[in-house]
Design a binder for this molecule. Structure first.
Ligand SMILES: Cc1ncc(COP(=O)(O)O)c(C=O)c1O
Length: 412
């Protein structure tokens, strides 16, 4: 077994602690100078970052609108830090709530076109809290094969029966829904924009299936918010906000902060507020983070051209890559995935790009098939994007040519 495959192996010891000593894959990669994780970056995060005193073009961030260093976002965060202190040291359910959290909820609900919203500490905790509350072991939940890990974890926590349908395949969804017993409760769970592929959910077809089979629908719009429909996200993009029951979002991407939220009907949000365990038993997102997210939301609302700019930058890169003969998966979002023939090529190409001054994210099974995930910001300059295309075009493993189609890897 290669060190790369072994990264996802946990061993099967009866002594729980022996799994720590038998896990050698990460150390093997470190020894081979191919370890790509936990890279310490220095200073701020924008279109460029600093590493070991060098400047790298950042193409591995979810800072789509480039707002993490925006003066208005920073000023709001500083002012909240002064007014509210560094932490609320408790859950929103008890001592951790502030007027700022509630202001953010009201503005998010309005922006997303839903009657109410509930702010939680991260996007991950939002999905865990919502799915762990809405579903019970009697229910069936049907997930897209590429749904984010936090969605699956929330479903597992609930004990509901988990079923999958092939990625973005409405007919596959129909076949899966058809097999669910008539008397069972059912929820369909999709991402608005898939985080690895960068493709947009076929929401009109999903909505049609949900309505035909009496299923409720949850949409995780972590990567759609700030990007599609001038920022309002995937449901607004298709004009289907009313047909989606629950929309979850994160603040850690376009909103340049940390936290998450769910938007839906007054009744649903009221229920979640009093039952979601990841909300009730975990400290609230800091006022500093809430203030940064609120400032970013207000900027997005006032300047929808930010969303247009990131889309234009991604389209520019996609065109450049295609002209240079670099393979990329179809996408109409700021996420541009570059498949590699195998995991070893993912790591060696990641390393060469880093050496050439371009930061990208390596993706390895079981997260997804081997690839480099690149993503773009509204604040990248065309000159920076030209340099990225040039660096990618110099990588053999990324080029459109025989032998680079990739060995098929089955993804858990
Ligand atoms: C689709 C999706 N949902 C949820 C999350 C979790 O968000 P957070 O980083 O706020 O925990 C992510 C982040 O990677 C994501 O990509």
């Amino acid at each position: 077994m290669s060190a790369i495959q072994a990264l996802s192996q946990r061993g099967n010891p009866t002594d729980l602690y022996s799994r720590f000593s038998s896990f050698t894959a990460a150390r093997d990669l470190m020894a081979a100078d191919l370890y790509p994780f936990f890279l310490p970056l220095e200073g701020g995060e924008g279109p460029t970052v600093r590493r070991d005193g060098r400047t790298l073009i950042m193409c591995g961030s979810n800072n789509y609108l480039g707002l993490t260093g925006h003066p208005e976002v920073l000023a709001a965060a500083r002012s909240a830090l002064d007014r509210y202190g560094s932490s609320r040291t408790g859950s929103r359910f008890l001592n951790g709530n502030t007027d700022l959290h509630q202001e953010l909820e009201a503005e998010l609900a309005d922006y997303l076109g839903k009657p109410a919203a509930l702010v939680m500490s991260t996007g991950y905790q939002t999905n865990l809290g919502v799915l762990g509350t809405v579903l019970t072991p009697r229910d069936y939940v049907v997930l897209d094969r590429s749904a984010h890990a936090s969605l699956l974890d929330g479903c597992r926590l609930s004990g509901a029966k988990v079923r999958w349908f092939p990625h973005n395949d409405p007919e596959g969804l129909r076949r899966t829904l058809e097999r669910i017993p008539d008397e069972a409760g059912r929820l369909v769970v999709v991402d608005g924009v898939y985080s690895m592929e960068g493709d947009v959910c076929d929401l009109p077809a999903v909505v049609k299936m949900c309505s035909a089979y009496g299923a409720r629908l949850l949409l995780d719009d972590a990567h759609g918010l700030g990007v599609l429909a001038e920022g309002r996200g995937t449901a607004a993009h298709f004009g289907l906000t009313d047909e989606v029951d629950l929309i979850t979002v994160t603040f850690s991407k376009s909103l340049a902060s940390l936290g998450g939220a769910v938007a839906g009907s007054e009744e649903a949000i009221h229920y979640l507020r009093h039952h979601a365990r990841s909300l009730m038993f975990s400290a609230s997102t800091t006022p500093t983070n809430a203030a940064a997210a609120l400032a970013a939301l207000r900027l997005l609302r006032a300047r929808p051209e930010l969303a247009t700019a990131v889309q234009a930058n991604a389209a520019y890169v996609r065109r450049g890559l295609a002209e240079a003969g670099v393979r990329s998966t179809p996408s109409s979002t700021p996420i541009v995935s570059l498949p590699t023939p195998g995991a070893l090529e993912t790591l060696t190409t990641w390393q060469r790009l880093l050496h050439d001054g371009v930061y990208v994210n390596p993706v390895l099974p079981p997260a997804a098939e081997p690839r480099l995930r690149t993503s773009y910001m509204a604040s990248h300059t065309l000159d920076q994007l030209d340099r990225v295309v040039e660096a990618c075009a110099a990588q053999d493993a990324l080029l459109e040519r025989p032998g680079n189609e990739g060995r098929s890897v089955s993804v858990a």
